[in-house]
Structure formats: structure tokens, C-alpha cells
Design a protein around this ligand. Structure first.
Ligand code: NIG
Ligand code: FE
Length: 421
């Protein structure tokens, strides 16, 4: 079934032109076409104007089963949210309220809240309860324009509960039209039962959990929270090297709460991406540039925790490819809306709207090793795109705090239409 989408006021292709990722000034090049038409089935078949499409149809060279009017609106690639913890149970509203009274994320964690609070709720929840909690949140992400989402485990922290989370992520794939990428984050925190013998937990991760996850094919990536009060660089290296031996790709929560040298470790291990980077050092920036590791920035977390934002301008100036993601989680950033992330990226980190869009689409896809298929609108790529109720894509940043998505298409199928206003 081929569809012709015509009367596209502004088609923002993000034009990768065969490049897997964009860095530096190339992040501003969006390959915008006005008054465009796009022909697609599961993949994009052709891009041009309606006149050209009709002429080619007349010559028998182009064919479509349905034509859809884009009403002069903006079309952009679907957002690729490459870092979330969107599967969890329970609520951490009380912690949020404590933070508003001045307690820090670390103080709350030390008092028994934080990640541990969610771990207790997840351990007590059945797989079905986990699915019930995640489904509306992920639907909402989709309605706000996310078409591909990475979801991490990391609220189980024992073999059974981590497997339960990862199996739930597999199940969500069957329940929702979203493309879902699973990451094993058993190294999210040291569970209290191992507080006095942390090496035993690292051993459990390396000897039992990673092998079990790999054997069942439950995750594509392994992530570690390397920071003060969480995993040391030495532990992170042990865990990630083991994961690599089991065929998992690597990602790292790096320099989120303190300057920890974790970006350098991510670069040295050849991680796909180093994430957060609020406290990245100059040496860390240089290491990422040299290794080509993607810097995934999550400004919603700095916003929620009242922390300084990651140095997006310095990263871009250095030529490090930057991606943007939500970090959607119950503790440090309960937000599934990538449009909000673009707004924060531009307003707070001084990214340009074009850079932010590239970071949220092509570079997010690259951070998940999907950019050969996703992240830009070009012939041969999968037809994952959004129709926005805008006349210029940058209005998404200018007019903030509302949802501009009119339609979401994944693999050439319209999976969501917002009610007309
Ligand atoms: O990305 N840094 C670690 N993990 C999350 C927080 C998770 C939580 O607090 O539940 C983050 O900020
Ligand atoms: Fe995170």
C-alpha cells in the first residue's frame, strides 16, 4: 500500500545523505523542502513536488493507493528518544515535594528514597502491573511525537526482577506501535543488601545477570550509572567489559552528579553514547571527540534537579555529535515529551532549533545504531514521521509547553491522529 502525502508546507528531511551521524555545523543542515510531496509504503519511496508526482504517475513511473493532504503543515522525522527509564512502578511525588523544599537528590537517596524507592515498588509489582503502569506513559510519548524509544531496566537490581523488567519491555513491543530498544541497567545502584560487600553485587552482575540477559536476548545494550555514590569507574569498566564480551553494546550514565571522568571511560571503551555530562571536563570532551562517542544530553534532568545544564555549545564546537533525549523516569525527570526537551535545549543550553532537531532525530537514531534506517526522511529509510500543526518547525521551540503533533506515522502507517482543534 503506497501513500502519497502531498501539500507538505515544510518537509524537514534532516538530510543525512549517507552519513550515520552529524557533528559541528552539519547539525544545522536540515535539508528543508517547501511545498513537497512524499511517497512511501513501509519505507520512503520518493520525494518531490505534487506536480512531479502527477507527471511521473502519468508516465506510469509512480503509483499510489491513497493520497493524504498534509494541509500545508510541517513534516519532520519522528523523535528518537534514546535514553529513558520509562518502565517503573510507584510514584516519587513525595521526593519531588521534598526537593522543592531544598533537599538534594543525593540527600533523598541517602535517606532511603531515590532509585531504591522505585526498586522496592518494581520488585513488588507483577509483570502485568508494570505493563499497566508503562502503557499510558508510552502512549503519551507517542502522542508527543516519539516513534522510537530506548527503555532501560535498572529498577529490579536482582536477577529475577531485572529479567521481569526486560521481559516487560519485550511485551511492550507487542502492545504498542513504538519501536523499542532495550538496555540492561542492572548497574543502576548498589542494592542495600550488598551495601557492605559491593564487589559481590558486581560479581552477580558479571557472572549471572549479564550472561542470563544475553542468553535470552533480552537487551541490546548495557548501561552503568558511574557516579559518586553509585558505581566507581573501576566497577563500571568491569561490568561494561563483561557486557561487551557477551555481545551487548555499551552506554554510560556519565558525569551526571559530579565530575567523575566517566566520559573518558565511555570513550576508551568505545561506548555508543555517554549520557548526561552535566559535569564533563575538557579532557572528557576531547576524549568523546576522538572516539566519536555520541554525547546524549538530557536537559529535563538538569531542569528537574536544579543542576547546571550540560555544555552543549562546547560539545558542538568541539565536533562531538550531540543527541537529545528525555531521561523519562520517576525520580529525576518525569517527562516523556521530546518537544519540551527541544525547548529546554534551545532556551537553556543555547542550541539552535535546527541543531536540536538533528539531535532528537538522526543523532538519537545514531545513538541507538539505527541511523541507517531511521532519523531522517530520505528514500530507502523507514517512513517514521510527524505532521505538526505549524508552518515552520522552529515554532515548536518558540511556542512551548503544548503539543504540536497532529499525526504520527510509523513504518508508513498512521498510528495516531490528534483531534482537530
Ligand atoms: O538518569 N542517573 C540515574 N538514573 C536516573 C535517575 C533514576 C531515578 O532517580 O529513578 C537518571 O537521572
Ligand atoms: Fe538516566
Amino acid at each position: 500500500m503506497a501513500t502519497l502525502l502531498y501539500n507538505i508546507g515544510q518537509l524537514v528531511t534532516v538530510a543525512a545523505e549517507g552519513q550515520p551521524v552529524k557533528a559541528g555545523e552539519a547539525m544545522q543542515e536540515l535539508g528543508i523542502r517547501s511545498d513537497a510531496a512524499m511517497l512511501f509504503a513501509e519505507r520512503i519511496l520518493w520525494i518531490g513536488t505534487l506536480e512531479e508526482a502527477r507527471a511521473l504517475q502519468g508516465q506510469g513511473k509512480l503509483h499510489w493507493d491513497t493520497a493524504v493532504d498534509a494541509k500545508g503543515r510541517v513534516v519532520v522525522p519522528g523523535f528518537v528518544d534514546s535514553h529513558t527509564h520509562a518502565l517503573f512502578a510507584g510514584s516519587r511525588l513525595q521526593e519531588f515535594l521534598l526537593r522543592l523544599r531544598g533537599y538534594s537528590y543525593q540527600q533523598i537517596a541517602a535517606a532511603g528514597g531515590g532509585i531504591w524507592a522505585t526498586v522496592q515498588a518494581v520488585r513488588a509489582a507483577s509483570l502485568e502491573q508494570l505493563l499497566q503502569a508503562a502503557q499510558p506513559l508510552l502512549q503519551s510519548a507517542l502522542h508527543h511525537g516519539t516513534t522510537t524509544i530506548e527503555i532501560k531496566s535498572g529498577y529490579g537490581l536482582d536477577l529475577e526482577s531485572e529479567l521481569k523488567m526486560l521481559r516487560a519491555i519485550q511485551e511492550l513491543r507487542r502492545m504498542l506501535p513504538l519501536r523499542i530498544v532495550a538496555t540492561f541497567l542492572g548497574a543502576h545502584a548498589i542494592p542495600p543488601e550488598y551495601a557492605t560487600q559491593r564487589h559481590r553485587y558486581v560479581e552477580l552482575l558479571c557472572k549471572e545477570m549479564i550472561p542470563a540477559v544475553a542468553a535470552e536476548g533480552l537487551a541490546e545494550y548495557c548501561d552503568v550509572f558511574a557516579d559518586e555514590g553509585y558505581f566507581t569507574l573501576h566497577e563500571a569498566e568491569q561490568i561494561l567489559s563483561t557486557a561487551q564480551q557477551y555481545g551487548l553494546g555499551l552506554r554510560l550514565h556519565a558525569d551526571e552528579l559530579s565530575p567523575f571522568g566517566a566520559a573518558e571511560l565511555a570513550a576508551r571503551l568505545g561506548a555508543r553514547s555517554a549520557d548526561h555530562l552535566l559535569y564533563i571536563s575538557d579532557a572528557g570532551i576531547e576524549a568523546l571527540r576522538r572516539s566519536g562517542t555520541i554525547a546524549t544530553l538530557l536537559p529535563g534532568t538538569a531542569y528537574t534537579l536544579g543542576l547546571p545544564y550540560a555544555p552543549a555549545r562546547r560539545l558542538i564546537a568541539a565536533g562531538v555529535p550531540v543527541a537529545l533525549a528525555t531521561d523519562c523516569n520517576p525520580g529525576s525527570c518525569l517527562c516523556e515529551n521530546m518537544q519540551m526537551v527541544l525547548s529546554l535545549a534551545c532556551q537553556q543550553m543555547r542550541m539552535l532549533p535546527a541543531e536540536a532537531l538533528t539531535a532528537a532525530t538522526l543523532n538519537g537514531a545514531a545513538a541507538l545504531d539505527r541511523s541507517a534506517e531511521l532519523g531522517s526522511l530520505e528514500v530507502g529509510k523507514l517512513a517514521d514521521f510527524l505532521v505538526l500543526r505549524l508552518s515552520d518547525f522552529a515554532e515548536m521551540v518558540y511556542h512551548f509547553g503544548v503539543n504540536h503533533v497532529a499525526e504520527v506515522w510509523i513504518g508508513g502507517e498512521r498510528v495516531w491522529s490528534a483531534p482537530e482543534l
